[in-house]
Design a binder for this molecule. Structure first.
Ligand code: IMP
Ligand code: MG
Length: 178
């Protein structure tokens, strides 16, 4: 890691409030018996908060996890997505909600959506905590977005820089000290 510090971008109270509103939006729009598929590792904190907000809003999901890798250990994308660990649930005929931390190039979510669609779910929707508009390299949109942010490298709420900072309860931006 290069010398850097973290600047506060979105405070934890704002993140929490938005996640609770998102849960309401999703509950209004989609069936209650969702199959949530969290894309690891980055989405574990967001998913945990979102499904607890579902408890309040009335969605009663089942949950599974898929570990994908597209980034190396730094901040630049390799552009290739591989499955490290697949889900174990059957999604045929189910309403799937794919959950990820951030939508940037779109490669990760486009890959995951295609993979899940081949297994004949009834529907596939996408929820992301963050998106970076204008950074898309493949055509894909999220159905539910927490916050749109500028072109910054962000950490916290599960998002990492070299696998650090996932524990931050807020969204921070990495600022390099040169
Ligand atoms: P995409 O495939 O380019 O859309 O990127 C998706 C994945 O890249 C996310 O699931 C993150 O793990 C990672 N990523 C993209 N932007 C950031 C960032 O600003 N901070 C940390 N990870 C990021
Ligand atoms: Mg990551």
């Amino acid at each position: 890691m290069k010398p850097h510090h973290i600047e506060l971008l979105i405070p934890s109270e704002q993140v929490a409030a938005r996640i609770s509103t998102m849960a309401n939006e999703i509950t209004r729009a989609l069936p209650k018996d969702l199959m949530v598929i969290a894309l690891l590792r980055g989405s574990f904190v967001f998913t945990a908060d979102l499904i607890r907000a579902f408890y309040a809003s009335g969605t009663t999901p089942q949950v599974d996890f898929m570990t994908l890798e597209s980034y190396g250990s730094g901040i630049s994308s390799s552009g290739r997505v591989t499955v490290i660990r697949d889900i174990t649930e059957n999604v045929e005929g189910r309403d799937v909600l794919l959950v990820d931390d951030i939508l940037e190039s779109g490669r990760t979510l486009a890959f995951a959506k295609k993979l899940i669609k081949e297994r004949k779910p009834r529907s596939v929707n996408i929820a992301v905590m963050l998106e970076k508009p204008g950074k898309r390299k493949v055509e894909i949109d999220a159905d539910f977005v927490g916050f749109a942010i500028g072109d910054k490298f962000v950490v916290g709420m599960g998002l990492d820089y070299a696998n650090f900072y996932r524990e931050l309860p807020y969204i921070g931006a990495v600022a390099f000290d040169d």
